[in-house]
Design a protein around this ligand. Structure first.
Ligand code: 4NP
Length: 161
């Protein structure tokens, strides 16, 4: 029961998932927080990896740098591995690419709370496309990642707002 004067908040809770949780999904989380904030939309956002190699680590320095160039400090983020419980904690889980979408489908309980989608399915004309993994590439790849996740973040905010 709600006390008199309290209102129910229905903040959508979104989780972004890549492989390592040090490049793409922290940037997706950051871009989504940024765009939601600009739109005045209250949200819950987090990110995770399907792999466990980088658990506890901050984002890749190149990911930190591109986020900072766009005004977001992600140096305090810590990588974690996605858990089956995430399917009950979140309304919507976004895979950054098709391998991670498959991994999430294998992990998902039957009848989860969370919807599961490929992130770029939110961007008209880019349905079915992955956000390319910039980890083994150069700095310019991180600008491409930022552009992709920002396009998705804007589309998501428009959809949720
Ligand atoms: P992410 O990038 O999945 O976008 O965080 C990667 C990070 C680390 C590795 C691969 C991809 N790795 O092989 O360690």
């Amino acid at each position: 029961m709600l006390a008199r004067g309290m209102t129910l908040t229905t903040r959508p809770a979104l989780l972004f998932v890549c492989l390592g949780n040090i490049c793409r999904s922290p940037l997706a989380e950051a871009a989504f927080r940024l765009e939601a904030g600009l739109a005045g939309l209250a949200v819950e956002a987090d990110s995770a990896g399907t792999g466990d190699w980088h658990v506890g680590n901050p984002p890749d320095l190149r990911a930190q740098a591109v986020a900072l160039r766009h005004g977001v400090d992600i140096s305090g983020y810590q990588a974690r591995q996605v858990q089956p419980a995430d399917f009950e904690r979140f309304d919507w889980i976004f895979a950054l690419d098709l391998d991670n979408l498959s991994a999430l489908r294998r992990l998902a309980p039957t009848a989860p709370r969370a919807r599961l989608s490929l992130l770029l399915d939110m961007v008209p004309g880019r349905e079915g496309e992955p956000v390319a993994d910039p980890y083994f590439g150069n700095d310019a790849g991180f600008d491409v990642t930022w552009r992709d996740v920002s396009d998705a973040a804007r589309a998501l905010v428009a959809r949720l707002g």
